[in-house]
Design a protein around this ligand. Structure first.
Ligand code: HEC
Ligand code: HEC
Length: 495
């Protein structure tokens, strides 16, 4: 496959050793146990702890439904098992929009639009967003309808889907369409790790897997709507793959086993050295070996302590010529970023899911307040937080996204900081619970392999890691210096 445009900085990258960069559904290309894919920060490393995979007939790689898609259509090895907007554009150009990833069901702004036209797929091509149709009113995890605490009105409908007679809120099957990025189908032992038997933020017990009775993490999907990898896979088959038949229990297990074996993390830096050189412990091997569900603790387990050795190495190493010196500077910057992540204090304020319980409002803390699980960066709590990525007035301007007005009914707790009327692009967790206090809460996602899967946040509102850090800087008025911003961006690119 030819070189392609790649990464946030538009770096031209070469295919991985072996030539493979894109796995088309059913193309039968084997997946080696270890792979490396160049990206803007160096190269992503992928490790399959189960060894090389023969993808022929493998349920993750084979079209199982009616639209030609497989799971791999949207969870690509080179993109950290997510799907970058660079890859989406490359496929559009290479196939004139005929790749099954563009299937009208959710790869278009709305299924009612003319197929094959760029404008019909603009949210996917410009922002990497797939349509997520959610039933309204919500249906609970027990299958029973929930009486929502708020009414939804469509204020702005640039895709036409929320007001459409067949697909919209007033249709025979009332549906709210929100638009979201694919979350990585990798590093999943961290996503499914159960840290507490209760939800520390509400004090309520965690939900249980209906089949095994075990507690679940509640950290899958942006809105925690699915509790287990099995429920998730079946839902993806019916929805994304438009499958009508059943998958055999053996095939389903094989799909889930595969997901649980795959680890992705930045594997080497842009100087060509592995991210576990000079005492650091980056890369997928260390990630695969790490214990899941360990809470960060500023003394014993600070977040990203795996990169702290680079501070000492950089300080003690004699300045060598050329690339050597630039690499030492970069390593020192990553190590400073790792420190900043846990130690650079700012006021976390007016944030649903954080300032709504014991912590108080505001609370002085760092990035690690919400990103608490070592090695992965998700919130162990589970981390459904209204960070402001989707609710006005904090969200980035997004004229391309639908805008809803949610009006909380009398007798219910309003949104803790926005009151009874909330304007949002995506009600998030409230689409699962129907509760006003949950409007705009989004579950934290795995923070590894970031450099391979721009744009960021569930609604793709940060096109680059720099834009992501800028969002926090504004949202919490952190006043990061230029050097601090660079250090955080370098850290995120090394994860
Ligand atoms: C059309 C694109 C597409 C296809 C095909 C697809 N997914 Fe996804 N996947 C997504 C999107 C989008 C999300 C995030 C949805 C959300 O947060 O609401 C997601 C989320 C996930 C997650 C959750 C990860 C996390 O951290 O929460 C897993 C696991 C996953 N997909 C596995 C699969 C499997 C297995 C298949 C095949 C049966 C599949 N996906 C097919 C787009 C896709
Ligand atoms: C108040 C809680 C909170 C704080 C503080 C916080 N985050 Fe987050 N972070 C979240 C939530 C919630 C998400 C998911 C939001 C979304 O996708 O809309 C997230 C997502 C992320 C992601 C992943 C984006 C992706 O698309 O995979 C990165 C990277 C990140 N945060 C970095 C940081 C950095 C750097 C800081 C400190 C400057 C920070 N976070 C502080 C709650 C927080």
């Amino acid at each position: 496959m030819a070189a392609l445009l790649w990464g946030a900085g538009g770096v031209v990258a070469q295919p991985a050793a072996g030539g493979q960069r894109f796995w088309a559904p059913g193309d039968g290309q084997p997946l080696p146990a270890e792979l490396s894919f160049p990206n803007a920060s160096g190269a992503l490393g992928l490790l399959n702890t189960g060894g090389a995979v023969d993808t022929r007939g493998h349920p993750f790689f084979t079209p199982l439904g009616t639209n030609g898609r497989a799971c791999v259509s949207c969870h690509q090895p080179a993109d950290g098992m997510s799907l970058s907007v660079a890859t989406i554009r490359e496929r559009w150009a290479a196939t004139q929009g005929r790749d099954p990833m563009f299937a009208m069901v959710d790869g278009a702004n709305c299924p009612n639009l003319p197929p094959g036209e760029r404008a019909s797929h603009s949210l996917l091509l410009d922002h990497g967003l797939f349509r997520i149709p959610r039933a309204w009113p919500p249906v609970g995890h027990d299958g029973k309808p929930i009486t929502p605490q708020f009414d939804i009105q469509v204020v702005r409908d640039p895709t036409g889907c929320n007001t459409d007679a067949k697909h919209g809120l007033a249709s025979a099957q009332p549906t709210v369409s929100v638009f979201r990025r694919p979350r990585p189908a990798a590093n999943l032992k961290f996503i499914t790790a159960v840290g507490f038997s209760f939800e520390p933020k509400s004090g309520l017990p965690l939900l249980r897997d209906p089949e095994t009775g075990q507690y679940v993490s509640e950290s899958l999907m942006a809105d925690s709507r699915l509790l287990t990898l099995k429920a998730q896979a079946l839902d993806a088959m019916r929805g994304h793959l438009e499958a009508q038949g059943q998958l055999s229990p053996e095939a389903l297990q094989r799909m889930i086993d595969f997901e649980n074996q795959v680890f992705v993390a930045q594997g080497s830096d842009r100087f060509g050295s592995p991210t576990d050189a000079a005492g650091a412990a980056g890369g997928p091997k260390h990630l695969a070996a790490a214990k899941a569900g360990v809470l960060q603790n500023l003394q014993r387990n600070p977040m990203w302590k795996e990169f702290l050795p680079w501070a000492a190495a950089a300080a003690s190493a004699p300045a060598t010529a050329g690339g050597g010196e630039a690499q030492q500077r970069w390593r020192a910057s990553v190590a400073r970023g790792a420190k900043l992540f846990s130690q650079r204090m700012f006021l976390v304020k007016d944030t649903g899911g954080i300032n709504t319980f014991g912590f108080g409002n505001p609370v002085i803390n760092s990035c690690a307040t919400c990103h608490t699980m070592v090695n992965s960066g998700i919130d162990l709590a589970p981390g459904r937080v209204d960070l402001g990525t989707v609710n006005l007035p904090w969200a980035e301007p997004a004229p391309h996204l639908p805008l809803f007005k949610l009006s909380c009914k009398p007798g219910h707790k309003p949104h803790p900081f926005l009151g009874r009327e909330v304007y949002t692009h995506d009600p998030g967790y409230a689409l699962t619970t129907g509760r006003c206090e949950d409007i705009g809460k989004i579950t934290t996602q795995s923070m590894r392999g970031l450099a391979s899967r721009a744009p960021y946040f569930a609604n793709g509102s940060a096109p680059t890691l720099r834009a992501l850090v800028d969002f926090y800087n504004r949202r919490y008025n952190i006043r990061l210096s230029a050097e601090e911003i660079e250090d955080l961006v370098n850290l995120l690119g090394a994860l």
